[in-house]
Design a protein around this ligand. Structure first.
Ligand code: PMP
Length: 321
């Protein structure tokens, strides 16, 4: 039986239900995260990747919708580790925290009432990494910061992503690339984009209406540390994508995946390029705990349970559970 964290307790997933009158269900007034935990059979350990960074972003994003979360990032991480332990996952897992306006009343405002819920589902790889993606420029533009802030990971904003991802698939592509209202490259439907050009990485800035990805930040650090490659954070034109040496997406679900074509124009001969391949290799070693230098990015679920004596770490967790 799978458990979810719901209204301050661990309950069977099928009991974690909200009313049809819930504000967030009616108006999209929630924020969410996507976090991945990677299982390593050798040490029999499940590593949550950059959990506290995700929860810091989650808490920051809450402020956009006037949701001031009581739990700290460390407490939310401890709750998540406890959830995974109780579920006993021994496979890769996708974790979905949500903070949502829980008022059961019609009316569009930003009511104070909110709740936090977390559930987790076993997953396998989202993309086949051996097959670079066929992408297109979406006819949909990325949501504007002054309409629905893309950096907020706001539930309602994902209509924008769904429209673009579905259009791309309906037209025979694997993924879409959004331009923003300025006509500059923004990102994929749920992943950030990098271009390799002139031996450096290039990626759009936070002000291009992107989500400031945790994987994006990790990739910049890995590229600098392991490959000696720096990143230029700058506006990117659509036509630069057609001329790029390599292109790849990154994100929690997408991981690091090569883009093989944009608008039917092959990139790097339609194969994963050398920089993309090296970054993929480093990334997958890091997330499974094979590179000690990056140990602080990982929360070991089973070991942290032993250290806590099977109890939750952090006073707020004890209060809520
Ligand atoms: N952009 C968007 C729109 C996303 O939804 C995601 C997935 N969270 C990303 C980028 C990648 O962000 P991260 O690396 O933090 O998962």
């Amino acid at each position: 039986m799978s458990l979810a964290y719901f209204k301050g307790a661990f309950v069977p997933l099928e009991e974690a239900k909200v009313s049809v009158m819930t504000h967030a269900f009616n108006y999209g007034t929630g924020i969410f995260e996507g976090i991945k935990a990677y299982y390593s059979p050798g040490p029999d350990e499940l590593f949550i990747f950059r959990a506290e960074d995700h929860f810091e972003r989650f808490r920051r994003n809450g402020r956009i919708l006037k949701m001031y979360l009581r739990e700290s990032a460390a407490e939310l991480t401890a709750i998540t580790a406890e959830l995974l332990r109780r579920n006993g996952h021994r496979s890769d897992v996708y974790i979905r925290p949500l903070a949502y306006k829980s008022l059961e009343k019609v009316g569009v405002k930003l009511p104070d009432e909110h709740d936090v819920t977390i559930f987790a589902v076993p997953v396998s790889a989202y993309f086949d990494l051996a097959r670079p993606l066929r992408t297109c420029i979406s006819s949909w533009r990325r949501v504007e910061d002054n309409a629905i802030p893309g950096r907020g990971k706001i539930c309602g904003a994902y209509v924008n992503s769904a429209l673009a991802a579905q259009e791309a698939r309906d037209n025979g592509f694997d993924e879409a690339i959004f331009l923003n209202e300025d006509g500059q490259v923004a990102e994929g439907s749920a992943m950030n984009i990098f271009m390799v050009r002139g031996g450096r990485l290039h990626t759009p800035p936070a002000s291009a209406n992107i989500l400031e990805g945790i994987t994006r930040a990790a990739i910049m650090e890995i590229a600098r540390n392991e490959l000696g490659i720096g990143t230029d954070i700058r506006s990117i034109d659509r036509s630069e994508l057609y001329q790029a040496d390599e292109l790849f997406f990154c994100g929690t679900m997408a991981e690091v995946v090569a883009i093989g074509s944009v608008d039917h124009r092959p990139v790097a001969g339609g194969m994963p390029g050398p920089v993309t391949r090296q970054l993929q290799e480093c990334f997958f070693e890091i997330v499974r705990g094979a590179r000690p230098r990056y140990a602080e990015w990982l929360t070991p679920v089973y070991q942290s349970g032993e250290e806590a004596g099977g109890r939750l770490v952090g006073s707020a967790c004890e209060a809520h559970v």
